[in-house]
Design a protein around this ligand. Structure first.
Ligand code: GAR
Length: 221
């Protein structure tokens, strides 16, 4: 068996994306092992999920640091000690500094609950609703120096329905997050992913969905 990709997962909240990654590692669809789960939030549900799966955990509370860089240096040291090949931000609600990115060049990925470049930042499901968008979705991307601006690996699209709330839309998006995040990690584990400027090149190429999505549906196609 070839070597498993060692990943470090950073999470601040409930950790359902972490759980999806754990499940895919356990059922053999993901050729990766989670070397460490790090949180900045002592109350993060992600800690329980990791502990249940016997994954080492670490809480590094950002409130214990007066400078963002010092917090990032502590996280980077922990990730280096765990010898991770890839850093996976899974609901990690801190902006990371250039020092962090430089320590893992093209090796930090994030999942965002919108179709980037639309709606970067926070509360993006509500933003998509307020804007009146007909579709939203989720994006897995490499992390660069900006907020949700890095090269895009994979996206999933979901419709926005007339009676959606931020909660119902978030749930529909989250379901897709749980599919595309393990998929993106698996492509990296297979060493098929390269960053070329703004583009992410996947070799051999993955087939894309060939059908257009229209919302509301049309009979004129
Ligand atoms: C997910 O929807 C993720 O895309 C989002 O936080 C949620 C975490 O859920 N991340 C961001 O908004 C990052 N800016 P989880 O803790 O259940 O995985």
């Amino acid at each position: 068996m070839s070597k498993l990709l060692r990943i470090g997962v950073l999470a601040s909240g409930g950790g359902t994306n972490l759980q999806a990654i754990i499940d895919r590692c356990q059922d053999g669809h993901l050729a990766a092992e989670i070397a460490v789960v790090i949180t900045n939030n002592p109350g993060a549900g992600a800690l329980d999920r990791a502990a249940k799966a016997n994954i080492p955990t670490l809480c590094i509370n950002h409130r214990d640091f007066s400078h963002r860089e010092d917090f990032d240096n502590a996280v980077v040291s922990a990730l280096q000690k765990a010898e991770v090949d890839l850093v996976v931000l899974a609901g990690f609600m801190r902006i990371i500094t250039q020092t962090f990115i430089d320590a893992f060049p093209d090796r930090v990925i994030n999942i965002h609950p919108a179709l980037l470049p639309a709606f970067p930042g926070l509360h993006v499901q509500q933003q998509a609703l307020d804007y009146g968008a007909r579709f939203s979705g989720c994006t897995v991307h490499f992390v660069d120096g900006g907020v949700d601006t890095g090269p895009i690996i994979i996206q999933a699209v979901v419709p926005i329905l007339p009676d959606d709330s931020a909660d119902s839309l978030s749930a529909r998006i989250l379901e897709q997050e749980h599919c595309i995040y393990p998929q993106a990690i698996q492509l990296i584990a297979e060493d098929r992913v390269r960053v070329a400027g703004r583009q992410v090149v996947i070799t051999p190429a993955c087939p894309a969905e060939a059908t257009a999505l229209v919302n509301p549906a049309t009979s004129l196609q």
